[in-house]
Design a binder for this molecule. Sequence first.
Ligand code: NAD
Length: 260
Amino acid sequence: MPDNKTAIVTGSTSGIGLGIARALAANGYNIMLNGFGDEAEIEAARAGLADECGVGVGYNGADMTRPEEIAGLVEAARTEFGAADIIVNNAGIQHVAPVDEFPIDKWDAIIAVNLSSAFHMIRAALPGMKERRWGRIINLASAHGLVASPFKSAYVSAKHGMLGLTKTVALEAAEFGITCNAICPGYVLTPLVEKQIPETAKLRGISEEDVVRDVMLEAQATKEFGTVEQLGALAVFLCSDDAAQITGTALPVDGGWTAH
Ligand code: NAD
């Protein structure tokens, strides 16, 4: 059990971020939630997590496109819980279009949320981790940090960039008891992905089963989605002392996608 350590999970009002926040809270870490959404729903999730897990759970709505708000998020964790021991850079967005038609504002937004926000989070949190000589940085990259798919130029670029950032920070922080790793999920069944199944089935005139097997999981050898619980369990392990020598890595959780 952690001695009252605190984790900030960006983009934790939904999907993978919420799953990782839940797993960390269940293992005794205080949590600072972040992300967009309905105010009442976020408050219900915050209070529910605190009640269920008996840890401190706060919320800060920093916009991951705004460096000063990101610094404010790290400061809010320090004020509420005394430190930001663990940061999970998870917030992410997507847009799909051919590169020569890719809207410039979408490119800028994806690079800001999916890559630059991790830099700003690390920049703000690292000095405190160095002082305490302990820290864990977990960056949510993707199988798309290791391989590409067409029409996802901004996303693939940001996720490949996330791996470069992970390695660099791992080297700079290694002698301070701080690790920095990237998790590279394949398709994970989050509300975002669930919504796409009937939409794609309608668009292509095929069954929902065919969408899952032949479109979404075409490259995923297990033909199964990953789950937020599996990613949560990996995050908990990366925060443990047993994972102290794991740093600078890109850990695929992709059902064999990138083994091809
Ligand atoms: P999601 O849409 O369910 O959650 C994204 C979260 O990010 C939400 O909480 C949202 O409010 C938050 N967010 C978006 N823009 C923000 C901003 N400007 N400021 C603050 N918060 C913001 O998505 P998800 O599927 O849970 O994805 C989470 C991460 O995992 C992303 O980085 C994504 O690229 C990565 N990932 C997802 C999958 C998948 O199949 N779902 C696969 C590989 C990688």
